[in-house]
Design a protein around this ligand. Structure first.
Ligand SMILES: NC(=O)c1ccc[n+]([C@@H]2O[C@H](COP(=O)([O-])OP(=O)(O)OC[C@H]3O[C@@H](n4cnc5c(N)ncnc54)[C@H](OP(=O)(O)O)[C@@H]3O)[C@@H](O)[C@H]2O)c1
Length: 216
């Protein structure tokens, strides 16, 4: 086993988050999670500590962040995000808490249809976003505001954004690799494994790349 680390996970009860938590625990690490409904987390483990709460109303953020090696956000609430940038407001609280507690590394999962700062979406992605995926526009706008904030105001931290193309909860389809130009429709378990590996990859710091299956 690698040296035991502590992961602070937001979105642990979600489709990607549940796989991420299981993987980090299986690899022998400690996981601390904030969840609106802790009972949704299927996994039970002595190395898992779940705190009940919402990122929209969080009073103990410094306490949660303290001692973490890695902070991971796989947060999303597409309905709420159509009306309010809840992830951006949260990340704007999280970053100062990380600074206060001396925690550096942060991975944020966004979507392949979320535009990264200073770069337009391809015409094909733009069409998909505004037709098939239009129910998620608020989520993409929120993700974009998070990326803008991180790029403009948080470069003292080791942030990294995964613009994921996940689509299903099937079994693993292979190994996802970081890509600036290509995105695969992946499974949640593969996205979670990608997030886990990417957190340890210093070359991903300050990138907002997508992920694509490796061709063997
Ligand atoms: N799903 C996709 O196909 C897809 C594709 C591309 C990108 N993405 C990106 O990846 C992110 C994660 O996707 P996902 O499908 O794994 O997420 P998901 O299944 O929708 O889960 C979202 C997680 O966020 C938590 N959450 C939402 N609002 C919260 C709040 N106020 N306080 C605390 N926790 C809160 C949810 O908790 P509850 O269990 O309490 O609801 C859940 O754990 C999305 O936001 C999106 O940007 C997703």
């Amino acid at each position: 086993m690698n040296q035991q680390k502590t992961f602070l996970v937001f979105g642990a009860t979600g489709q990607t988050g549940q796989h991420f938590v299981s993987l980090a625990l299986k690899e022998g690490h400690k996981v601390r999670a904030l969840a609106r409904n802790p009972a949704k987390l299927a996994v039970k483990n002595p190395d898992l500590a779940v705190h009940q709460g919402s990122v929209t109303d969080i009073s103990n953020l410094d306490e949660l962040v303290q001692g973490a090696d890695f902070v991971v956000s796989m947060l999303g609430d597409a309905t709420l995000q159509n009306n309010a940038k809840i992830n951006t407001a949260f990340v704007q609280n999280l970053v100062p808490a990380m600074r206060r507690e001396g925690v550096k590394r942060f991975l944020y999962q966004a979507g392949g249809l979320s535009k990264q700062p200073g770069k337009p979406l391809s015409p094909a992605f733009w069409i998909i976003r505004n037709t098939l995926a239009r129910g998620y526009i608020g989520q993409h706008e929120d993700n974009e505001a998070v990326m803008e904030y991180l790029a403009k105001e948080a470069n003292d931290l080791e942030w990294m954004v995964h613009r994921a193309g996940i689509g299903s909860n099937g079994p693993s389809k292979g190994v996802l690799e970081r890509s600036a130009s290509k995105v695969s429709i992946a499974t949640f378990v593969d996205c979670a494994a990608y997030n886990y590996r990417t957190l340890m990859d210093t070359s991903a710091i300050h990138t907002c790349d997508m992920s694509c299956y490796r061709k063997d």
